[in-house]
Write a protein that binds this ligand. Structure first.
Ligand code: ZN
Ligand code: MN
Length: 129
């Protein structure tokens, strides 16, 4: 069976999101998609992003002014810089004390997501000079 236009667009979108660790906005993904599919709509991009989330191959991160998307589904935290807006991945070393506390109380954790907010190293340097 030949790939339909829709499945081609969906595959391309998955590839775009999996090729970056910058946690892009839907608009950024849309711009990338238009390089390949000039007629693609922003609504289609949103629909495909939602689909990726539904089937568990992407997650949505909520920031103050926009949603960002991440195709890295391994357990990790994020640091968000309030100056440049960049989202940094933080990979926990071993089990956090929070998770341990929950387990000790008998909770079972399926997945977790933690966001930490502040100023990144680069922006911190720029502020000082
Ligand atoms: Zn920054
Ligand atoms: Mn991430």
């Amino acid at each position: 069976m030949a790939a339909t236009k829709h499945s081609k667009q969906r595959d391309a979108l998955i590839e775009i999101l999996q090729s970056t660790d910058t946690h892009p906005t839907a608009e950024w993904v849309y711009d990338k998609m238009r390089e390949k599919f000039p007629n693609v709509s922003l609504a289609t991009v949103y629909r495909n992003l939602k689909h990726m989330i539904e089937i568990g191959i992407a997650r949505e991160l909520y920031t103050d002014n926009s949603s960002r998307f991440d195709a890295n589904m391994s357990d990790h935290y994020h640091f968000m810089c309030k100056c440049c807006g960049k989202l940094f991945d933080i990979f926990p070393q071993g089990e956090s004390s929070e998770l341990k506390q929950l387990k000790d109380c008998g909770f079972s954790v399926d997945r977790y997501d933690l966001s930490i907010y502040g100023v990144c190293t680069e922006c911190g340097k720029a502020e000082q000079s």
